[in-house]
Design a protein around this ligand. Structure first.
Ligand code: ADP
Length: 403
């Protein structure tokens, strides 16, 4: 059976859509409907119709503009485009032809005439505007297009300014909120530590346990707040570089993580090469390590393994954190470095977090001229690799961190 010829109808009125579809389907055509100009352009690209009917009065990109755009597509250059419109104002027909239409049919749609009119256009009929009229109308049409463009640019600029202002207000709010929460939290952490050390009197075993649970959770809260604060500062933050001996920086953080790993039934291994010193922002690099280790610990189930390795290469240092955790679906891998993005963002998710850690990590690594990459397999685990460039040799006499 020969394939049915396709007619594309760009129209937002459902009654007209139904009527045209009924008339033309009965004549053996396949009728595709697009509600607006951009959808019409997409459908025309996909379906390569034998003829296109366009309502001139569609919202957004109007029928004239849609026709001009359709006409510019090379594979539609010979396809008849016919205006089907209720616009009977003087000059409407010429305007449609100047925009690129080959014909002009006015509404209401005449059921018994439509298929014959379409057959005429398919058979080669083309309506034309006399050349002198065409020149004048083309100029008017161009002016109208530029006016519309100008208006759209103005609207976009205004919308962009509004979005930037909203973003500024959101950042301000987050910043105020984090500062306000930080102060009481510091005092909480201080008192918990005094309790923990027994400075405020002896505690029985149950009380000690309760205090250490409170301490752990307050520290988690504090980490989230630090991330929030850092993200707010990050845009204006300039790195405070000093000479850092990375293994020395890593060791205390590994100890902290070791404690949490043991509690969660995880094996934490470290392979630390003797990396030559680098110029780094200590506070920022601590955040990188904390966030990556924190994620590895968080997203790996009891019995799993986490491995941190430091490797020295002539032009760079590689810091790798591998886990045998839940892994990250491939379609979300490119999003995990976006602020606030979480693969599972439902309130019922089993992992705590605010989606800021990796955004901060990436920012810091890039600010050092480095790169972070991730490889991951769902159900098997993830590998985060931080590459820090070594720009110039550093003399060991300078004050290396922790040495
Ligand atoms: P969060 O506070 O949610 O940990 P991050 O920015 O650190 O925020 O990470 C963003 C998301 O990336 C996480 O919510 C998680 O879905 C995914 N992710 C990050 N690290 C890992 C990992 N090691 N294993 C599995 N998923 C991870």
């Amino acid at each position: 059976m020969p394939e049915q010829p396709t007619i594309l109808y760009i129209e937002d009125n459902p009654d007209n859509q139904r009527l045209v579809q009924r008339i033309l389907t009965a004549r053996g055509y396949r009728v595709l409907i697009a509600e607006n100009g951009p959808d019409g352009l997409d459908l025309a690209r996909e379906s390569q119709p034998v003829l296109i009917l366009v309502d001139l009065n569609i919202p957004g990109l109007d029928g004239y503009e849609t026709t001009t755009r359709l006409r510019s597509l090379p594979y539609l250059s010979q396809t008849p485009i016919v205006a089907l419109t209720a616009d009977t104002t003087p000059g409407a027909r010429e305007r449609a032809l100047v925009a690129g239409c080959d014909g002009y049919l006015s509404k209401p749609i005449e059921a018994h005439q439509l298929s014959a009119q379409i057959a005429d256009f398919l058979g080669g009929k083309r309506e034309l505007v006399p050349a002198p009229v065409e020149m004048v109308m083309l100029r008017e049409y161009n002016q109208k297009l530029v006016e519309r463009l100008e208006q759209q640019v103005r609207e976009l600029r205004a919308a962009n300014a509004e979005l930037q202002e909203l973003d500024r207000i959101k950042n301000q709010f987050l910043s105020t909120l984090s500062h306000e929460l930080r102060t009481p939290l510091t005092s909480l952490l201080g008192y918990l530590e005094l309790f923990g050390r027994g400075t405020l009197g002896p505690l029985n075993e149950t009380q000690s346990e309760a205090i250490s649970v409170m301490q752990r959770n307050t520290q988690i809260l504090s980490r989230h707040l630090n991330n929030l604060l850092y993200l707010q500062e990050v845009r204006s933050h300039t790195l405070e570089l000093s000479v850092v001996h990375l293994p020395q920086l890593v060791k205390p953080l590994l100890l902290e993580a070791q404690h949490r790993a043991t509690e969660s039934g995880l094996i934490l291994e470290a392979v630390i090469a003797d990396v030559a010193p680098l110029k780094l922002d200590i506070r920022a690099m601590e955040l990188v390590l904390r966030n990556l280790l924190d994620n590895a610990l968080k997203f790996t189930r009891a019995g799993g393994r986490i491995r941190l390795s430091l490797q020295d290469e002539p032009s760079r240092v590689l810091l790798r954190i591998e886990d045998t955790g839940c892994g990250i679906p491939p379609e979300t891998l490119h999003k995990i470095f976006l602020p606030f993005y979480q693969v599972d963002s439902s309130l019922a998710r089993p992992y705590p977090g605010n989606g800021l850690g990796l955004a901060i990590v990436q920012h810091i690594v890039q600010a050092h001229g480095g790169q972070i990459t991730v490889r991951s397999v769902v159900g098997k685990g993830s590998v985060f690799t931080v590459m820090l460039p070594r720009s110039e040799p550093i003399l060991l006499e300078s004050h290396a961190c922790g040495s």
